[in-house]
Design a protein. Structure first.
Length: 466
């Protein structure tokens, strides 16, 4: 499915009445959810007493209440109610070898037993993991290990401003680059601007702006308007990991425009690295960024895994140490580059390459997407699916595709978001866990039999829609 067809289908869904579950079917889905997940509901009640809202991360929320896991293995998740779910959440993307991949687990346990998880000084894994990352990302001449994708994005724009001496940073509307003050702008749905920026003074956004997805002319005009642009940030697949799909030529066009204006191009590879391509979005789409951001997938889900890589001259601004008269982008973090995380990253990258995980998981995603489209067509639904490598999108409500400036579409945000929640519950009812009821991440263990099983379960869901 090419870009133009995807966009046409998204427009068709958001401009048409929302397809919903039959009331009696939705009632049954919720009742079975409540009955099967009693312990999870009790855990949620307990958590709400000590944790704001009862969950720590948006991925953990499911309608009508979050589930509590007992263990994960292979491509499955078992809850505290002993319900086994086929897992397409994959911890939000980093798991591509399968949960608790034994060779990787053994390497990490060895580090805990022999190195210790954090020492405060350098370990050899710090530089061999950086060398391993360079192997797949030659644009990363230098690498700085960090603790989250959010932190890496924060540092990237600071580095860009120090290196260029400019202030403005431009992002693509609807893209997610972590939850730091400056980058919580125009989030999720393009055009929302400061809608999700509560608690952040509007002055923070003086030097942040956004353009509509795939609009290179808007970027060109913004360069003329702002003049002193330090960096442009992109999600290679498009906003929300490709929920707003990128026009294939767009990333290269952004690179060329950045070069014309002495502006740095920052590629956010938090989802794309190893899942879309071993060389991330930059290799897949054929462009060379000045800085690249890595997050959870680089350590295959082990905590505190992230990095910023890029041109040596640009990265020199973040050299470690105290003092000196040169301008520098200050960066700290006691846990950054700890032996456990760097070892997990080093061995995860090696195992992903050795197992050909990117291609295997990508093939699984393509098969799932094709089967979902067959099911949607069979039931005469306007819904559709596509994949970017090992990331599967299936659009049903298309909340991310809403034109927030259209008075007919903007009031639909709430109901379309709620339908995604209902879809998530319907998937759990079929013993499948997804990302927000609209996305699957695949791993090497999602076999053909599992894919066929998934398609059958999706068909059962489609029967419940009016």
């Amino acid at each position: 499915m090419d870009y133009e067809e995807k966009i046409a289908k998204i427009k068709n869904i958001v401009s048409s009445p929302l397809r919903e579950f039959k009331p009696e079917e939705l009632k049954g889905i919720v009742e079975r959810y409540e009955k099967r997940h009693v312990k999870s509901k009790e855990a949620f009640k307990r958590a709400r007493k000590v944790i704001p809202g009862g969950v720590e991360h948006n991925l953990a929320f499911n309608y009508p209440f979050p589930l509590t896991s007992k263990k994960v293995y292979d491509c499955y998740m078992e809850t505290i109610d002993d319900v086994v779910l086929l897992d397409y959440l994959m911890c939000g993307g980093p798991i591509i070898l399968g949960h608790n991949y034994k060779p990787l687990t053994e390497k990490v346990l060895n580090v805990i037993q022999n190195y210790g998880p954090c020492t405060g000084i350098t370990s050899e894994y710090e530089y061999i993991a950086a060398e391993q990352l360079q192997k797949y990302f030659p644009s990363c001449e230098n690498v700085r290990w960090l603790q989250s994708g959010t932190e890496a994005d924060m540092l990237a724009i600071r580095v860009a401003r120090v290196f260029t001496g400019k202030k403005y940073v431009i992002k693509v509307g609807g893209s997610y680059h972590g939850w730091s003050d400056q980058l919580l702008y125009d989030l999720h749905i393009p055009g929302t601007k400061r809608m999700e920026s509560h608690g952040i003074p509007k002055e923070i956004y003086k030097y942040i702006d956004s353009i509509p997805p795939n609009d290179i002319e808007a970027l060109r005009e913004m360069f003329k308007e702002k003049k002193k642009v330090a960096a442009v940030l992109i999600e290679p697949m498009g906003g929300e990991s490709g929920a707003n799909p990128v026009r294939p030529e767009f990333n290269k066009e952004v690179e060329e425009l950045c070069h014309e204006n002495d502006t740095l191009l920052i590629s956010d590879e938090v989802v794309c690295a190893f899942r879309l391509h071993m060389g991330g979005g930059q290799a897949y789409f054929g462009y060379t960024p000045d800085l690249s951001i890595f997050g959870k997938i680089v350590g295959h889900g082990y905590p505190s895994a992230a990095a910023l890589g890029g041109r040596a001259d640009v990265m020199a601004t973040v050299a470690a140490g105290v003092g000196g008269g040169a301008k520098r982008a200050y960066c700290g973090g006691t846990l950054a580059a700890n032996p456990l995380t760097c070892a997990a990253a080093y061995w995860a990258m090696k195992f992903v390459e050795e197992t050909n995980a990117t291609e295997i998981a990508g093939n699984a995603a393509a098969k799932i997407s094709a089967k979902l489209n067959e099911v949607f067509e069979k039931y005469n639904l306007p819904w559709f699916s596509y994949n970017f490598g090992a990331t599967v999108h299936f659009h049903t409500s298309c909340v991310f595709g809403i034109d927030i400036t259209d008075p007919k579409q903007s009031p639909q945000v709430k109901e379309r978001k709620e339908f995604m929640e209902h879809m998530g519950a319907a998937l759990v009812d079929q013993e499948i866990i997804s990302v927000s009821g609209s996305r699957f991440y695949t791993c090497i263990l999602h076999s053909d039999d599992i894919i066929d099983h998934t398609a059958q379960k999706i068909e059962e869901i489609c029967k419940k829609v009016k």
